[in-house]
Design a protein around this ligand. Structure first.
Ligand SMILES: [Mg+2]
Length: 341
């Protein structure tokens, strides 16, 4: 599954591109746009440094790999939630926060508030899938930025047996809930994973479909599911701009702060208004504010769609701990690629 490499590197490169200018407003980027991997700035770290977004994505990949090794049985059809060990993934998150595992320099930095609270609740004895906050203010982009790896596992398993939409969405929502348990955060992740699945299916089967159609399918598939289940009803109006026509909105209507809806909207908007990986992620960075997270959320999808070869090689080669990232990605890829054999 080549799309795993596409998506993970697309994501982590976006994180590293945005990190040096995180928190700075859009006006700064309009005056001085980012057009390359720069480094230093907000966190005073060298070019290629990735942050919490990359770390928690790698921690999720590692947790999914271990879950798969422990729970997958080729002779027994299991639903997704019998395979994924959410406690194991949360344990990785805790080791990231407390011990600096899955980081470039052996310490955790750029830690989101809701993520910190969720991990602290887990460390205090809370069940992993109940650890995320459920307040209206807990809807930052902290689960959206690390949800992508699940799409690869779903796709891979679906090559062997039917994964129902209910099963798929339950896994997405539980994985979000480790740190972000509010329904709005869960829906954001659900829409994102469904778009990612369209991109993965398109790439893996070399279908060459246009990006607009795939995004539209991903959004409509997920919204159909949410509309049929009354428990999501009160939240759906927050997603109206995503559902209707986000592409045509002017840039000044696209927010790029830390709110999950803003990040989802900005990601789709950047994808639809650009035509290659490089322009797509740079557009996300140059929206300003939560630059690393917006760029990694869109970068993961752009990486899958355009392919690893379209990510500037020079950017990949500058990533901190490149060998380490490769190891985690390769192990996950080998593991879930064995499903079809
Ligand atoms: Mg970050």
């Amino acid at each position: 599954m080549k799309s795993i490499r596409n998506g993970v590197f697309g994501h982590i490169v976006g994180d590293a591109l945005g990190l040096p200018v995180q928190f700075f407003p859009r006006e700064d980027r309009e005056r001085e746009p980012v057009d390359d991997m720069i480094g230093y700035g907000s966190f005073d770290l060298p070019p290629g440094s990735w942050s919490d977004d990359g770390s928690l994505t790698l921690a999720t990949i590692d947790g999914l790999t271990k879950s798969f090794k422990e729970n997958y049985d080729e002779n027994e059809e299991k639903n997704l939630n019998e395979i994924i060990d959410y406690e194991m993934i949360m344990e990785n998150f805790s080791r990231w926060l407390n011990e600096g595992e899955f980081t470039p320099y052996d310490f955790a930095y750029d830690i989101g508030g809701a993520t910190m609270d969720g991990i602290r609740r887990y460390d205090g004895g809370c069940e992993a899938i109940m650890s995320g906050g459920i307040g209206e203010r807990d809807n930052g982009n902290g689960s959206l930025m690390r949800i992508l790896p699940l799409a690869f596992l779903i796709y891979s398993l679906s090559q062997k047996y039917q994964i129902s939409m209910e099963d798929r969405m339950e896994a997405v929502h539980k994985l979000s809930s480790l740190t972000h348990r509010h329904i709005r955060s869960q829906i954001s992740c659900g829409i994102y994973v469904n778009i990612a699945l369209e991109f993965i299916e398109n790439f893996e089967n070399d279908k060459g479909r246009d990006l607009e159609g795939l995004i539209d399918n991903g959004i409509k598939n997920s919204m159909r599911y949410y509309m049929e289940d009354p428990s999501f009803k009160d939240e759906l109006h927050h997603f109206i701009r995503v559902y209707i026509d986000i592409q045509s909105l002017p840039k000044d209507e696209i927010k790029s702060g830390g709110y999950t809806i803003s990040s989802l909207e900005a990601s789709i908007w950047c994808l639809l208004n650009n035509y290659n990986y490089k322009d797509t992620v740079l557009e996300a960075v140059n929206l300003g504010y939560d630059t690393d997270t917006t760029a990694c959320i869109v970068g993961g999808l752009a990486g899958i769609y355009y392919g690893y070869e379209e990510i500037p090689e020079d950017w990949i080669n500058q990533l901190a701990k490149l060998d380490y990232i490769n190891e985690i990605v390769d192990e996950f890829t080998d593991c879930i690629s064995s499903i079809n054999k």
